[in-house]
Design a protein around this ligand. Sequence first.
Ligand code: MF3
Ligand code: CO
Ligand code: CO
Length: 255
Amino acid sequence: MGVIIKTAEEIDKMRVAGRLGAEVLRMIEPHVQVGITTQELNDICHDYMVNEQQTIPAPLNYRGFPRSICTSVNHVVCHGIPADKKLKNGDIINIDITVIKDEFHGDTSRMFMVGKPSIQGKRLIRIAYECLKLGIEMIKPGVRLGDIGHAIQTHAEKNYCSVVREYCGHGIGRVFHEDPQVLHYGNPNTGLVLEPGMTFTIEPMLNLGKRQVRLLPDDWTVVTKDHSLSAQWEHTNLVTDDGFEVLTLLPNSSL
Ligand code: MF3
Ligand code: CO
Ligand code: CO
């Protein structure tokens, strides 16, 4: 174990994988409409990854996961399995894409609103995004992971949202989930001290209600215990000499 510092060559490959992940999310956006099933979204992404990008969808068969993407709708927190259920007006959905290109992983997810969202759904999505953004913007050498977790937790709770504790961000590279664990809560001045060349995701999951979650009998789907709405955004990030680089942004776009 231990945190792997990436070389310049490895970082170049992470940039490519990251951009490809972002491109899948851009490609799927116009398809996220009332009436489409999450299985159809999966199939479109799968074909695009395998046939257009020549990337490997990392989730497929990962620890037995049966699909190529995760689709988490409404009170599903994460790891939703694409299925034959249609999206309906007012749904909120997270689509989580991880591609492998040239042995390296790019992992990114975002929220989509289907039709006309509720005011509260919209608010949750915004606060979750703000948590991701403020966490990323803290990244630089010398900062500690506890500082970032604390800032994310503080922003969420100040806005009456709760932070899921059971799942976290992670180091990423040749391995999908490697050290360190990146908690979205915590205490300042604790945890790993960031160094240039580290690559990890930040991917806060926020609930409108209580933070507790339950695992469905399929052994993958995580839902909020109180059935409140949940939202998540994710980027793969690099610690640079003086700050950060978001590897899963499209060229010429910003946070
Ligand atoms: N992409 C998820 C993450 O952000 C992990 C999905 S694991 C799977 O870490 F098996 F469900 F695909
Ligand atoms: Co991830
Ligand atoms: Co992910």
